[in-house]
Ligand binder design. Structure first.
Ligand SMILES: Cc1ncc(COP(=O)(O)O)c(C=O)c1O
Length: 400
């Protein structure tokens, strides 16, 4: 396909039609339910900070939605990832295997611990970590010492593997879990973007020891800022809650802390927003899948590859994406659309190209490099005015 001006004009018109009466941004929040009521209630209760009924309710609600036993709410998704890795046992000087094609938060969280990221390639079909690349990397680079996988090259321990479900599309997480089990490496899923996405019928974030979700303002539901650790392990959940709440030993009035902890607990005010948003999540997923279907038909007619849910996955289609022919075509598309007020964005600059991570070990990252040159995100919000539209049958609780 040659991307000419008439095709780009057609795309701009088509995208604008999907969002009637609003500016066309990549992803903005929709507050179509009980947000204001729950926030007002929360303010009236005086419980606006990190203690309050809405935090617990939101934790239970998200855990239940994901089919996980426990949820631990945090101030943002990065904090959730940070603590998920700490609880998984990652320590200063360890290595964490992840993908180079991800948002910076994944590697920031690894770095907060003083651990080092190492990068394996992604699949072109999922945009997420490739289990084949992971296996190949570990067979070439891992040696077991006292049952623990170490990097032959650096001598460091592989303390966790952190794949990411890019743009909400699940990676081949079951096979990744198998490889991690073979090498006895804890699996922590960066499910920041994939609330509402399932792989083989199981919600993402649920395949390893822990998963981390984000509720940033650009995510499928938002708490303003917020995150959640999900896990099925009671002890892991207890530890996560303990260190995200300053490691304070419960006592009616004494302040005793048994380790250096973090003030990472989600405030009740944000959780109130989250409870109202959660009521609308099924409706949002439905609307976004519907939008993706329309994009998919449009791009199929034009011969432009549109990123669809991988085999075995049911995706939330958080951010829609197309794959252009080359870096040059990508750049001219980005310039043409943004110059005309239609927001589009390239996929992230690979971690291995950033100053902080360019020295990190990797496997060549062939697919990642190919995708980095070609993938562009296109407007993906829940169209305004549709969250209460019966056509999309949003969860009735949202219309109370
Ligand atoms: C892949 C990925 N990981 C982690 C995060 C961190 O989430 P937050 O922005 O809530 O800290 C985000 C989103 O922002 C993300 O997209």
């Amino acid at each position: 396909m040659k991307l000419d001006q008439s095709l780009m004009n057609e795309f701009i018109l088509f995208a604008a039609e999907q969002f009637p009466g609003e500016g066309v941004t990549l992803h903005r929040p929709v507050f179509g339910g009980n947000e204001k009521a729950y926030l007002a209630e929360c303010i009236d209760s005086n419980f606006v900070s990190s203690v309050g009924a809405r935090v617990t309710e939101f934790e239970r609600g998200i855990a239940a939605y994901c089919g996980a036993k426990y949820g631990v709410a945090t101030v943002n998704g990065t904090a959730a990832l940070h603590i998920a890795m700490v609880v998984a046992g990652v320590e200063r000087g360890d290595e964490v295997i992840t993908q180079a094609l991800t948002f910076i938060a994944t590697c920031n969280a690894i770095s907060y611990i003083g651990a080092h990221p190492v990068f394996v390639d992604v699949d072109k079909s999922t945009l997420g970590m490739s289990p084949d690349a992971l296996r190949k990397f570990l067979f070439a680079n891992a040696e077991m010492k006292d049952g623990v996988a170490h990097n032959k090259v650096t001598g460091r321990r592989f303390a966790a593997c952190v794949p990411m479900h890019t743009f909400g599309h699940p990676c081949r997480i079951d096979e990744i879990a198998e490889v991690c089990a073979e090498f006895d490496i804890p699996l922590v899923e960066d499910a920041a973007e994939s609330l509402g996405s399932y792989f083989k019928g199981k919600h993402t974030g649920n395949f390893g020891l822990l998963g981390a979700i984000s509720f940033n303002g650009n995510k499928i539901i938002t708490t303003g800022g917020g995150g959640m650790i999900v896990t099925n392990d009671e002890e892991v959940a207890r530890k996560a809650k303990h260190i995200t709440t300053t490691a304070k030993i419960p006592h009616p009035y004494e302040f005793v802390h048994d380790q250096v902890g973090y003030n990472y607990r989600l405030p009740n005010l944000n959780a109130a927003l989250g409870c109202a948003q959660l009521e609308q999540l099924d409706g949002f997923v439905k609307i976004k899948r519907n939008l993706a279907e329309r994009y998919s038909r449009f791009f199929a007619e034009k011969g432009v590859p549109f990123v669809t849910e991988p085999d075995g996955a049911t995706s939330n289609y958080w951010l829609n994406a197309i794959i252009l022919d080359s870096r040059e075509e990508r750049d001219s598309f980005l310039k043409y659309t943004n110059d005309r007020g239609l927001m589009t964005r390239p996929i992230w600059r690979m971690m291995t190209e950033l100053e902080m991570f360019k020295h990190c070990q990797h496997d060549g990252l062939e697919n990642s490099l190919w995708l980095e040159d070609r993938v562009v995100n296109i407007p993906s919000s829940v169209p305004m005015g549709t969250s209460n539209n019966p056509r999309f049958s949003v969860n009735p609780a949202a219309q109370r």
